[in-house]
Every structure is written in C-alpha cells, then in structure tokens.
Design a protein around this ligand. Structure first.
Ligand SMILES: [Zn+2]
Length: 651
C-alpha cells in the first residue's frame, strides 16, 4: 500500500512538523535552543536543566567526556526524532534533513557496544547493571524506539544502516533473554519493544522477531516478583546496595499474565503499547486467545475508562487508570502519548476485524487529544490534556501541578512532542486497510495512492471537505482485477448518510459500522455525504463529574468553552437550548474552524454573596448569554484562561 496524504488540514501539520518541530527538536536535543524546560509535575527529581540526549550518545561513543544527564530513557527522544524526521522525509524529501539524520545515525552506530547493546545511561554510568534493573531501566523500551526509527528510516530512504544497528541489538537481547537456563526470564518495565519487533518483522520477515515479541508479552506477570528478585540478586552479587524500592506490579501490568488481564490498569501508555503489541502478535501468529484478551482490555477502556476526547489515564499518580467510570475532568492525566497508543491499539485491532468501534476511537483520539498535544505554532506542547482548567488552580493547587493552562515549550520528560511528530507524519498508514479482495476506508482526508489486493491493484483517490463538512468522494481504478469491495466507515457522529455510486444513489450493505459496495467497473466514482451536525453527548450516569452536563461534538471534533470567548467562571454557564448554530470562520487566530454557538444562561453572583460563603438556598438569578464553543484541539492558543468541555445542561 502506498498512500500520499494531500489534505489541507493535515498538510498544515506536516509543514509545521517539517519547518518547526523537527528543526526545533533537533536544537533541543543538541542543547542549542534557548528555552525553559517545564517539569511535567512538581517533583524535584525530574531532570529539567537541558535535554543532553545527543551529548549522552557522544559520551557513550567516546567522542566526549562527562556524565549521563536526564532520564534513563533519554535516548528514546533521539530515536523518536529520527522516526519523525524519516516519516517527514518520506512526505517531503530534503537533502539537509537527510544529512541531519545521517549525523545522528553515525553517532548511534558509534555509541553501540561491540555486543550490540545501547543504552547511554548504563553504558556511561552503570555498566555493571545492564539488564539488571528492568523495572525501571527502559533499556528494551529504548531498543523498541530505536527499531521503530530504523523501520521508518529504511522505508523512507532505503538505507539499512539503522536496521543493521537494530538487528545487532536484537541479537544482544536474544543472547540475554529467554526461558533457557542462565538467561533473564522477564520483560522490560515499560512495554514498547513488543510492538517494535513486529514492525521490524514486517520489513525483514524474520519470524524469530514475532516469537521474541510473543515471549516478552507472555512472560510478563508470570512471576509477579520478577523485578523484586532482580534487585535482590544485585545486592547478593554486590552489584548494588539496598534498600529495595516498593514495586507496584499493576503499574507495569506485571501483576498477572497478560492473557488473564481483563481491565485496563496501571500506567496508561504502557498498557496501550502492550495491548497494541498483543493485537499485532495475535494477528500474525493467529493467536485467538491473545486476541480475546485484547478485546477485553479494549472494551474495558472504551466503555468505562476513556474520556470523550479519547484521553486515558484518570490520575497523575502513576500516570494511570483508576477504576470504572472514574473520569475527573480537572485532575486527570490524559497524556498525549497514551492517546497515541490508543491509535496504535485501534489500528492493530482493525487488522483482525473491520469494525467501526475501533476506527471511531482511532478518529476520536487523533482529532482531539493527540492534536491538542501540540500548539498551532508547532513549538509548544501539552503532556497532560485536561477537560477543565482554571489557571489559578494549576498554580496553587499542588494536586493539579501536572495540569498546565498553556502549552510549555519542552518537558523534562520529553516523550510527547516527538511522539506527536512521528505519529502525524505516519497518518498515511491509518486511512485504509485491505485484505485479499477488499479495501476499508477508516479515515477521511484528501489522499491518493495504490493498494495491492490478491489479484491486482486498485488506484484510489479521496477528495473530501472533511473535517469541516461531511462530503467524501472516492475515485477507484482497478488494474488487473475485475471486482473488489470497498468498505466505508460510517462515523458514529453521522446521524444520516447518503451514498451515490456513478451518479445513482445506492444502499450498500452495512456491517459493523462499515457500508460495503461491490465495485466491478474499471473506473468508479463514489460520493458519500455524512450528515455533520452538532451533537450533544451525555455521559454514563456513574461518571460523577459529568452529571447534568453535556459535551458538544461536530464531526470528529469535540468542543469546549474558553474564557476568551465566554468570560470567566465558565462553570456558571448552562446550555438551555437544543439549537446549536454553526459558524465557519476562516483564517482566525485558531485557523480555519467552525465555531458552535448556542443560547445559554449564566448564574449571576448577586450582592447577597458579598462576604459570605454560604446562605440559605434561594432561586438563582440568571442572565441569558451566548455560548461560543471552539474545537477542543485549538484551546490555549490565544490567552491563558479557563476551559471546559462538559457544560451544565438545563432541560
Ligand atoms: Zn508522553
């Protein structure tokens, strides 16, 4: 499959990534950008002076002197940059970018140990403890990001340099890990290598990579004391000293074997990276039991533990899931990376079954939490994506120190910014999937390309008014085949739709949220019109904070109120009307967007409240007001102020 996205909405991001994010992140990684690095929460242990990531590689390579600085996983920032740069190069080849990538690759090659190992922290500061502190070491997590960068770089440039580095590291890992006597029988505390090994398999077809991935998935949680025992052994062998920290196995999803896990628990990014890998391994190894385990985790997330914005992780403590229906709007975590992980999970579930319940969530994450993670200038980023913000609380409530009212320029833990860059530049991989005789269209954006089916090829072109309105036109041209099937996702936000094939309205066959059309002519034009109206969503009654409230959505975008348009004290507003007006604004401070407006009311703070905190209940005085909603992803791009997704609703 080769698809090129030429969509106005997304090309703006590709350009921002190419012109702003990639050069900017390059400078940050080289400690050449004059910026303030924000801590993602109040914690004195967060390294926030500089990135030092390139310098760490230089020191490991023997090209500079000094100590490692930053997180144990600082190397992964470089790998994710390299992956984003490779994807961007595939969209828009550029000699300068190629030489920037070559420079970094040379450094990685130089830093790699003779036996294939790379992890600059352990190479520089702690060689005796290589692979011996897996609960926190992130060595295999970084290996995973190295592999993903290698695959992206190979696909973009044809160069095998990083594939060679990856293969050597994988060989080193195979030498050390496994259930044979004398090997380490466990997995990294942070899942990532599992999904990366499958990607490496997809380009090299080396089946041992699938087996290694399956091994890491299946060994997790077999011995819940594995991490603790490793630390005890280090002390026994005189490699480190106590005390042994308390290890929370649920945090790493190592509390029970993954096949037995039925709920999404622990660190949200780890969980969805693991689940994405499980779905992929289950697909390639035909492991029905593993797919069933994925379905349970998926169902628990999307029916009980996910925000309407596609955010996951209800608490900052452990950046984690909590319990069913616990979705607080102002203390949540909703890390950008976690919603990116949900996209990976959804994409891999779609390999098993073409079911719109997966692709709807993929779209929800992408158009809301994921792009909310980056400012419209491409240079400021959210790690945490709240659904309700009061800037004073972010400053003064220690329980909300992780919630930012504006996007900082970089973070001590810089996982999210390069993750956004690598994901958005690989959007071409999310639009379609195919099997022997069918093409499935999951996302709607202008694109064109070719998709190989069993007996031939179909050239496909999509022209659409999405995400602003719901018209999509497909042009199909069959080459060497007489017929095929096109499955078109009917989005959950489309209350009605119409399909016109070669000028005639057709019914098609609806199955699990996809409408199927039989295509038997060499050239076919299909017009789809999805009704795109503002929808008012309600939450399950057990989501306590959303009781009596609604959230607005139009097309793929969830909406929010911002102080800039609606004044302060957003919580005093209520929507009183069913009528929501759409107001397209071109080229505003927020770009081309459609505003939603509705009549509401705002409670007045009357003079009886002067000098009082409580008084006997009396009917509230209200005034009529116009409420203006903006797409959630555009919030915090003008002034610093309050923001709210869920708004009171008066019947
Ligand atoms: Zn992140």
């Amino acid at each position: 499959m080769s698809i090129k996205v030429n969509d106005k909405f997304w090309e703006r991001y590709f350009k921002l990534i190419r012109d702003e994010m990639i050069p900017y992140q390059w400078n940050v990684l080289h400690d050449q950008e004059n910026i303030t690095i924000d801590k993602e929460r109040d914690d004195e242990n967060i390294p926030s002076e500089k990135s030092h990531a390139i310098q760490n590689l230089k020191i490991a390579a023997g090209l500079a002197e000094g100590d490692h600085y930053g997180w144990l996983f600082q190397d992964s920032d470089v790998y994710k940059w390299l992956e984003a740069a490779s994807n961007s190069y595939a969209i828009h080849p550029d000699e300068k970018l190629l030489s920037m990538m070559d420079e970094v690759i040379s450094l990685i090659e130089a830093a790699q140990d003779e036996d294939g190992y790379i992890s600059t922290y352990y190479q520089i500061n702690n060689p005796k403890l290589k692979f011996r502190r897996l609960f926190e070491s992130h060595e295999l997590y970084c290996a995973g990001h190295l592999i993903e960068a290698a695959v992206a770089h190979y696909k973009a440039t044809g160069s095998e340099r990083l594939i060679t580095v990856s293969n050597q590291f994988v060989q080193c890992i195979k030498n050390h890990f496994g259930d044979e006597e004398g090997k380490i029988n466990g997995a990294d505390g942070h899942q990532e290598i599992e999904l990366a090994l499958v990607k490496l398999y997809e380009v090299t077809k080396d089946e041992s990579l699938l087996e290694l991935s399956a091994y890491f998935l299946e060994v997790r949680g077999q011995d819940p004391d594995f991490y603790k025992k490793q630390l005890e052994e280090n002390i026994e062998n005189g490699l480190s000293q106590g005390p042994i920290p308390t290890i929370n196995n649920e945090y790493h999803q190592s509390h029970q074997p993954v096949m037995e896990q039925e709920e999404a628990v622990g660190h949200a990014v780890r969980l969805v990276y693991m689940a994405a890998a499980m779905a992929d391994v289950a697909y390639y190894l035909n492991n029905e039991k593993m797919y069933e385990a994925c379905k349970k985790i998926w169902k628990n997330i999307v029916t009980k533990r996910m925000y309407i914005t596609g955010g996951i992780g209800s608490t900052v403590h452990g950046e984690a899931f909590t319990y069913d229906y616990d979705l607080p709007n102002d203390t949540m975590y909703c890390e950008t990376c976690a919603s990116i992980g949900m996209m990976f999970f959804a994409k891999n579930m779609l390999k098993h079954e073409t079911d719109a319940s997966y692709s709807d969530i993929l779209e929800r994450c992408l158009y809301n939490t994921v792009i909310s993670g980056v400012a419209l200038d491409g240079k400021h980023f959210f790690y945490v994506n709240p659904l309700e913000v009061q800037p004073e609380a972010c400053q003064k409530d220690p329980g909300k120190s992780h919630v930012k009212a504006t996007r900082p320029s970089w973070f001590g833990c810089a996982c999210c910014p390069p993750n956004i860059a690598r994901t958005l530049t690989s959007l071409d991989q999310y639009i379609y999937s195919s099997n022997e005789d069918s093409v499935f269209a999951h996302l709607f954006m202008d694109n064109e390309g070719e998709i190989n089916l069993d007996k031939g090829t179909v050239a496909i072109r999509q022209e659409t008014t999405m995400p602003y309105s719901g018209n999509v036109r497909f042009y199909l041209e069959l080459d060497n085949i007489n017929k095929m099937r096109l499955g078109i996702r009917i989005p959950s936000w489309a209350e009605d739709f119409q399909i016109i094939k070669d000028g005639k309205e057709v019914e098609g066959k609806l199955d699990r949220g996809y409408l199927y059309l039989e295509i038997s002519k060499r050239q076919t034009v299909i017009d789809v019109h999805f009704e795109m109206k503002a929808i008012q969503w309600a939450s399950h009654p057990l989501v306590r904070g959303n009781q009596g409230k609604v959230a607005l959505q139009r097309g793929p975008f969830v909406y929010c109120l911002e102080e800039e348009d609606n004044g302060e004290n957003l919580h005093l507003n209520s929507i009183t009307n069913q009528q929501v007006t759409e107001k397209p604004v071109g080229d505003s401070a927020l770009g081309d967007i459609v505003l939603l407006e509705t009549i509401g009311q705002k409670e007045k703070i009357t003079k009886e409240w002067n000098e009082r905190l409580y008084q006997k209940y009396a009917t509230k005085e209200v005034e009529q007001t116009q409420l203006t909603f903006i797409p959630y992803y555009t919030w915090a791009n003008r002034s610093s102020g309050q923001m709210q997704v869920w708004v009171n609703k008066k019947e």
